[in-house]
Design a protein around this ligand. Structure first.
Ligand code: SF4
Ligand code: SF4
Length: 132
């Protein structure tokens, strides 16, 4: 994986511009994670990922598997009382990795139980994730 040479501040700005979301608006109620159909396999789960971003652990989230498991179903955004759509943030995180020529979706590393339980949209989204 190539190192991301941008500062945390630059990366956070890029995430907010690409996603159209305000990361600091999240107040950690957990509604997004409670409704996410793939939270059982995500690491970190949506509200944890946002908290890590708020605290400046940007590369930890960029390098996490969870952003690649997001099925882009928009449930989290619909449930958020603060108008934060984590699905769009995950889209932006993946886009930054793809632009940096790094990605983590390696089929052989995905848990078979997850493949059996994941919604069909997760696989459709996966094909989208591997295109720039
Ligand atoms: S639902 Fe919204 S405010 Fe609540 S934890 Fe998720 S992103 Fe934050
Ligand atoms: S868009 Fe992604 S993070 Fe949000 S609920 Fe759907 S799968 Fe979970």
């Amino acid at each position: 994986m190539l190192p991301n040479l941008k500062s945390n501040e630059e990366l956070l700005k890029e995430i907010e511009v690409l996603s159209g979301q305000r990361i600091m608006d999240c107040y950690q109620c957990g509604e997004c994670t409670a409704g996410c159909p793939v939270a059982f396999a995500m690491e970190p789960v949506p509200n944890q990922a946002i908290r890590l971003l708020q605290l400046g652990y940007v590369n930890e989230v960029l390098n996490s598997l969870g952003i690649w498991l997001c099925a882009s179903c928009n449930v989290c955004g619909e449930r958020c009382p603060r108008g934060v759509d984590y699905g769009k943030i995950a889209d932006a995180l993946r886009a930054i990795n793809l632009r940096n020529n790094t990605y983590q979706l390696e089929l052989e590393k995905i848990d078979k139980e997850f493949i059996n339980q994941a919604p069909q949209q997760a696989f459709i989204a996966a094909f989208r994730k591997l295109t720039t």
